[in-house]
Write a protein that binds this ligand. Structure first.
Ligand code: NAD
Length: 360
């Protein structure tokens, strides 16, 4: 069977779905890897590196399984054609997703977002691998925008107090943000609506902010808050946020708009020169004053809403994603080394969002 590694065309997307390092393990499993010319360039990987690793440069779109990062455009779906398999981020919970178009085109598509979050699937968990990148980079964005130091400095010219950093929403991205801010010398605090997160927050040297709201939902995710809970949360956060130099927000509820955690009034209450980095811009933002994709200054507070942060670190983001993709590919093989997904396996059953009539 052939695996096609295609060139990403989405604006700003610099990642690639398979890096050369992973190719030998796939060829050892009997796959032929075909790479579209220039597929790795965004991640600084030349075609020659793929060839050295045992891949060919050629028509990746005709492969049995096409692997991608960003959701395919209409033109890309037309190139895929009937009977192909596709693995990638397909945004299955977004209203404007391409799942219907993929089904109509006869493509058997696997959305990495739909992989269940069970221990066995951890190695394939692309949401986690990329959230880690985003959480790390969010802190660097904040530090870059900040007018203050993160660490405490004791110098002949005086002592500088450490920055206080609050992370709202402590899933994978939030936990990495706390750890990264700590490494930079910040004084860190974490908040989430899933009480089980408290121990994880403490384990990375941060304080736990308890607002008494428990909204643990299914599958390790949060549920949406009721109107009353939301009002209570916004009020409590408005009081808490005042004391922080940096606020990083990562709160998401699957399939829903991002929860509004930081009101305009809360921003107004912050000290001028403070920074908010909102990682939830893609679904509307956690801060009322966020403008997705932009950096704005409101009431003296800099509010950044970078989109697709993992694409800004394409080397390591691609490397981690490749591991996820390779693990899913291996799971699709039957005992003869042929891709023949066994849909009694919950990982494949849930990840597969369109079933083709033509694929066996
Ligand atoms: P996510 O991206 O869906 O959400 C980010 C965080 O926002 C979550 O912690 C969520 O509780 C929080 N949140 C949602 N609404 C909120 C609100 N109103 N106020 C404050 N916080 C709010 O989450 P994620 O990073 O994908 O991870 C969710 C959980 O799944 C984590 O606990 C993680 O450890 C677990 N997980 C398990 C596996 C596995 O077992 N395979 C893999 C990855 C993640």
């Amino acid at each position: 069977p052939t695996i096609g590694v295609v060139r990403e065309t989405h604006d700003g997307e610099r990642r690639v779905a398979l890096v050369p390092k992973i190719v030998p393990s796939l060829t050892a499993k009997g796959f032929d890897v075909v790479v579209e010319a220039g597929a790795g360039l965004g991640a600084l990987i030349p075609d020659a590196a793929y060839k050295e690793a045992g891949a060919q440069i050629g028509d990746a779109w005709s492969a049995d399984v096409v692997v991608k990062v960003a959701p395919p455009s209409d033109a890309e779906i037309a190139r895929l054609g009937s009977g192909r398999r596709l693995i990638g981020f397909l945004a299955p919970r977004n209203a404007d997703n391409q799942i219907g178009a993929l089904a109509a085109a006869g493509v058997e598509a696997y959305a990495v977002e739909a992989i269940p979050r069970i221990s066995r699937a951890q190695v394939m968990d692309a949401l986690s691998s990329q959230a880690n990148v985003a959480g790390y980079k969010a802190v660097l964005v904040a530090a870059n925008e900040s007018t203050r130091f993160f660490p405490m400095l004791t110098t002949a010219a005086g002592t500088v107090k450490p920055a206080t950093v609050l992370v709202l929403g402590v899933g994978v991205a939030g936990l990495q943000a706390l750890a990264t801010a700590k490494r930079l010398g910040g004084r860190t605090t974490g908040y989430d609506v899933r009480p089980e997160v408290a121990d994880q927050v403490r384990s990375v040297g941060a304080q736990w902010l308890d607002l008494g709201i428990d909204a643990a939902g299914e599958g390790g995710y949060a549920r949406e808050l009721s109107d009353d809970e939301r009002a209570q949360q916004q009020q409590a956060l408005e009081n808490a946020i005042k004391g922080f130099d940096v606020v990083i927000t990562t709160a998401l509820v699957p399939g829903r708009p991002a929860p509004r955690l930081v009101t305009a009034a809360a921003v107004e209450g912050m000290r001028p020169g403070s920074v908010i980095v909102d990682l939830a811009g893609e679904t509307g933002g956690n801060c009322e004053l966020t403008e997705p994709g932009k950096t704005v200054v409101k009431h003296g507070v800099t509010i950044c809403s970078p989109l697709n942060l993992p694409a800004t670190m394409p080397e390591h983001a691609s490397e981690l994603y490749s591991k996820n993709v390779a693990a899913l590919l291996e799971l699709m093989l039957d005992e003869n080394g042929t891709p023949a997904p066994d849909f009694s396996d919950e990982i494949l059953a849930e990840a597969c969002v369109t079933r083709s009539k033509e694929t066996p």
